[in-house]
Design a protein around this ligand. Structure first.
Ligand SMILES: NC(=O)C1=CN([C@@H]2O[C@H](COP(=O)(O)OP(=O)(O)OC[C@H]3O[C@@H](n4cnc5c(N)ncnc54)[C@H](OP(=O)(O)O)[C@@H]3O)[C@@H](O)[C@H]2O)C=CC1
Ligand SMILES: O=C(O)CCC(=O)C(=O)O
Ligand SMILES: [Mg+2]
Length: 470
């Protein structure tokens, strides 16, 4: 592809093989966006660390060819005259991520209320990067507000293209909002819009395809990585046909596509009861798994008995304790999940959830292991191979250009990228250097303010320390 505004460096393209595996040359071209606010500081630091790790690991036999692409404030300032509002996210930037398959980015500002819609979300949607993958693990020595941060070892699979996060909404008083409101009130006979005279409206799209490809990716990952469980987090008691459907569709994927390798939590109870007492009648088993069983109508009771009988059909493959070795699929309502990831961290492993809840969970869980300064992430389409790696946090604008903030999140996002490329040796070097540097208590302001006897280093100073420790 010919670019007008971008310069393609020497190097080769990463591609997707017909076997569904990435083909990674020794000098891949990797597009990057510097980012707004603190983006330039953390990106500069991260690039140095990643380059040093690759050089150290492969002695020059492999090298990343970085290609700068533009979005956000820098891009708008550079291209507004020729592109107008398109300068916020030029087409060529999206084209480059599409062509070169794997990229990385710094954070981009999204104004609140009016103004442009999120460029971060736009990139995910335009490239259909349907998984937002955010692993949350503890590094020994990092200050944390909880007693046992080492119990947190979770991986969030957040649906990345749907939900109210997609931004389908209309401002109160606009023609569009009035039109939708009239449709809801007059044609759909909606009666529970509390203040129809002054309401703004938004739409929450949650589809079967979107939910199932996300849950499938989470289960694939959990099986590959030998994880113990996948928890579907939802608010399906209240939003029955969106979040409730997400849960149902998730269980459907698990039980229809991974039958021999998974057990649902309720199946595990039924099978464990039967393992304990092989002559137990289905009604008795139903009574044990459903506390309100005796108060139910006959039809409701029959449904539970049917569920028990279906699970008993798995005894040959799952009975006799075999289920304990399988991947456990369970679900949790979002409000209690937010409490229990804190109070019972060990019970959570892989988490699959929708866009908004995944957003909230990512920042909350990051806090448990020391904060947003070391919270990495990736946006991935596992089918096409397209991926853009980025930190969980935003632009932290009050610290812009102070060489101050923790570059850990974008460095660890880079580590995820190296792992995605199969450059494990370089990834491991960075992780080992982070472990060593934190154990030496050389840390940026966010950790230093909570640590006894720490040495405060700048953003670039932390990168120097990591490189020195490789
Ligand atoms: N993917 C993306 O590009 C994202 C973009 N954003 C956008 O970023 C902008 C700012 O968002 P905001 O809500 O303030 O959230 P931010 O994540 O940018 O910052 C909130 C606070 O988190 C801490 N923090 C953030 N980054 C770091 C870091 N690298 N090292 C140490 N501490 C850090 C700081 O805490 P303290 O004050 O305690 O030092 C900071 O004030 C918004 O426009 C938002 O839309 C937000 C999230 C993701
Ligand atoms: O796009 C934004 O500005 C915010 C995105 C965000 O918070 C996230 O994806 O975690
Ligand atoms: Mg967020």
């Amino acid at each position: 592809m010919n670019y007008t505004y971008l310069t393609v460096p020497q190097g080769e393209k990463i591609s997707m093989g017909s076997d569904g595996k990435l083909r990674v040359p020794a000098n891949p071209i990797i597009p990057f966006i510097e980012g707004d606010g603190t983006g330039p500081d953390i990106w500069r630091a991260a690039k140095r660390v990643l380059d040093a790790a690759v050089a150290r690991a492969y002695g020059g036999a492999r090298k990343i060819s970085w290609m700068e692409v533009f979005a956000g404030e820098k891009s708008f300032n550079m291209f507004r005259e020729s592109m107008g509002d398109r300068a916020w996210l030029p087409d060529e930037t999206v084209d480059a991520y599409r062509e070169f398959l794997v990229g990385i980015k710094g954070p981009l500002t999204t104004p609140i209320g009016g103004g442009i819609r999120s460029l971060n979300v736009a990139l995910r949607q335009l490239l259909d990067l349907y998984v937002c993958l955010r692993p949350v693990r503890y590094f020994q020595g990092v200050p944390s507000p909880v007693k046992k941060p080492q119990d947190v070892d979770m991986v969030i699979f957040r649906e990345n293209t749907e939900d109210i996060y997609a931004g389908i909404e209309w401002m109160q008083g606009t023609t569009e909002c009035e039109k939708l409101k009239r449709f809801l009130l007059e044609e759909m006979k909606v009666t529970n819009i509390r203040f129809p005279g002054s309401v703004s409206l938004g739409v929450k799209p949650i589809s079967k395809e979107g939910s199932q490809r996300l849950v499938r990716a989470a289960i694939d990952y959990a099986l590959e990585q030998g994880r113990r469980s996948v928890t579907l987090v939802h608010k399906g008691n209240i939003m029955k046909y969106t979040e409730g459907a997400f849960k149902e569709w998730g269980y459907q994927v698990a039980t229809e596509q991974f039958r021999d390798r998974v057990v649902t939590e309720r199946e595990s109870w039924i099978i464990a009861n039967q393992d304990k007492n092989p002559t137990m009648a289905p009604e008795e088993n139903a009574r044990l798994i459903e506390p309100g069983y005796d108060l139910m109508t006959p039809n409701q009771r029959q449904r539970i008995v049917d569920e028990v009988q279906a699970a008993l059909g798995l005894m040959a493959t799952h009975g006799n304790g075999q289920w304990k070795k399988l991947l456990l699929i369970k679900d949790s309502i979002a409000d209690i999940a937010l409490q229990q990831v804190l109070t019972r961290a060990k019970e959570f492993d892989v988490i699959a959830t929708m866009n908004l809840e995944g957003d909230f969970l990512s920042d909350a869980l990051a806090a448990q292991v020391g904060g947003i300064g070391i919270a990495p992430g990736a946006n991935i389409n596992y089918l096409t191979g397209h991926a853009i790696f980025e930190a969980t946090h935003g632009t932290a604008p009050k610290y812009a250009n102070q060489d101050k903030v923790n570059p850990g999140s974008v460095i660890l996002s880079g580590v995820m990228m190296l792992e995605y490329l199969g450059w494990r040796e370089a990834a491991d070097l960075v992780i080992a250097a982070i472990d060593r540097t934190i154990s030496q208590k050389k840390v940026t302001y966010d950790f230093e303010r909570l640590m006894e006897g720490a040495t405060l280093v700048s953003c670039s100073g932390f990168a120097d320390a990591l490189i020195g420790n490789m």
